[in-house]
Design a protein around this ligand. Structure first.
Ligand SMILES: Nc1nc2c(ncn2[C@@H]2O[C@H](COP(=O)(O)OP(=O)(O)O)[C@@H](O)[C@H]2O)c(=O)[nH]1
Ligand SMILES: [Mg+2]
Length: 297
């Protein structure tokens, strides 16, 4: 919570100071609107939030700035709540998680943290080094494996789909609790690489019916509005079941999560976890309450 608050301090600095000892008038709404836009919430989401907020202020006859803060916090919590969902980790053995995202988003680091988190939940873990492009990527995952004391299935060179297939097969044979598949970073515009993701997904399903059980997109929290197009592109390719938003301890502005919740309100993709640092413990379950509080209080 402290890390998240520190990370979002820029946005909180713009927003949280607006409410104290002020009248509720157009000037306040104008400033709020600017602060939300500056937080990466985007035009459509900001418009919707402002319209809802104005309605509530009128309906409840709010005359005090602090009451408006409370109303906006409640509104944000309502908006973000559908993103807050736990992963059901007991529904398959092994539970197979496939991890995707652009380069540098924090995939491999998040896998290291996830392995730790899931071990604490009592699960045995197997990692698959599906980023076969660079030897350094394999080594990075191997380090996280060693840190967690878990095995990593890897191949020199090799086809990522084959590595994923081997890992899921090994996971079945060993009765592993969770198999986590790392993949190479790719941009949604690199169509052959997006096709490769689809192939990994298909091949994993051949190793185990119903797998992968979760297809997670790792998003750098600093990505801003571009998050929305990333989610769409990866969802089109591999049918996302959830997100991990990293680097919320840094300079991320936070509003993009509101935009994500608003634009996908018909079919929300849950934010299972947030990353708040580079250490093994720096992964938290996403909480709408905590997130809204970190932005506004
Ligand atoms: N501050 C911070 N850094 C992170 C976080 N997650 C990942 N990183 C860093 O981001 C960089 C890229 O991470 P990596 O896992 O290699 O990204 P990948 O290319 O998606 O596998 C590394 O320097 C990580 O330590 C986070 O939550 N907070
Ligand atoms: Mg990586």
């Amino acid at each position: 919570m402290k890390r998240l608050r520190e990370g979002l301090s820029k946005t909180r600095g713009n927003l949280a100071g607006l409410f104290s000892g002020v009248r509720v008038d157009d000037a306040l709404f104008d400033e709020l609107e600017s602060a939300l836009l500056a937080s990466d919430a985007g035009v459509a989401t900001t418009e919707w939030l402002m319209q809802e907020l104005r309605q509530r202020v009128r309906r409840d006859r709010l005359a005090d700035g602090e009451q408006v803060r409370t109303a906006l916090r409640a509104l944000l919590v309502e908006l973000l709540a559908p993103l807050e969902q736990p992963v059901d980790i007991d529904r398959a053995e092994p539970l197979v998680l496939m991890i995707a995202g652009v380069n540098g988003a924090g995939k491999t680091t998040s896998i290291g943290k996830l392995a730790h988190h899931l071990q604490r939940e009592g699960k045995s873990i197997l990692l698959a080094a599906g980023d076969t492009f660079r030897a350094a990527a394999r080594e990075q995952l191997a380090e996280w494996g060693a840190r967690n004391g878990v095995d990593v299935i890897a191949q020199h060179g090799g086809d990522p789909a084959a590595v994923a297939f081997d890992a899921v097969s090994a996971g079945r044979a060993r009765h592993t609790g969770v198999v986590i598949i790392d993949t190479a970073g790719r941009l949604p515009t690199q169509l052959h690489l997006m096709e490769e993701l689809r192939k990994i997904r298909r091949v994993v399903a051949k190793a185990m019916e119903g797998a992968p059980h979760e297809t997670l997109l790792v998003l750098d929290g600093n990505t801003g509005q571009n998050m929305l197009s990333q989610v769409k592109a990866f969802d089109d390719a591999i049918a996302l079941t959830g997100l991990v938003v990293t680097k919320l301890d840094g300079t991320a502005k936070g509003g993009a999560l509101a935009a994500l919740a608003f634009t996908r309100r018909e079919r929300p993709v849950p934010v299972y976890f947030i990353g708040v640092g580079e250490g093994i413990d720096d992964l938290q379950a996403f909480s709408a309450e905590e997130f809204a509080a970190a932005l506004l209080d």
